[in-house]
Design a protein. Structure first.
Length: 151
């Protein structure tokens, strides 16, 4: 088992905070009310999850693009083509209501995990990558599931 660098683990877990906050505000109405009054309605419930989820899928496209730069020839072309899928998924699949958008984000993050695995398998991602991505994906999907199931 490869050790996840401390900074990567801490920053990755901090990146889960908006998903967890969204889930908490769905489960605890007084917290949601406080959030709406203090932060605004865009920063509670499924709204923060959906907006932030689209941002993160787009960010991860950039990460995969960076991994593709390590490849050559046909593998590089394949890597570049695959790397844009999460951003396009977020763009095209997060419209509609919060339940359908949340469901599509769940599938987007699970699909991203498959792409992470492919880049890792090709030796383009760090050895510890799948340990980090598996943990973060599980947490994100669990938080998004709260929004999907509560909707």
């Amino acid at each position: 088992m490869q050790h996840i660098p401390r900074a990567a683990l801490i920053l990755g877990l901090m990146g889960v905070i908006p998903f967890a906050w969204g889930a908490l505000t769905l489960l605890v109405p007084p917290l949601a009310q406080w959030g709406v009054q203090t932060l605004g309605p865009r920063f509670v419930g499924p709204y923060v999850q959906l907006f932030y989820g689209a941002v993160i899928l787009s960010f991860m496209s950039g990460v995969l693009w960076g991994f593709a730069t390590k490849a050559e020839g046909g593998q590089a072309a394949t890597g570049y083509a695959l790397s844009v899928i999460p951003a396009l998924w977020a763009f095209f699949m997060t419209g509609g209501g919060p339940v359908s958008a949340g469901t599509n984000l769940v599938f987007g993050f699970l699909g991203l995990l498959l792409l992470d695995w492919a880049f890792w398998r090709w030796g383009l991602a760090p050895a510890w990558w799948m340990h980090l991505r598996g943990l973060l994906t599980a947490l994100v999907v669990a938080c998004l599931a709260v929004g999907v199931l509560r909707g």
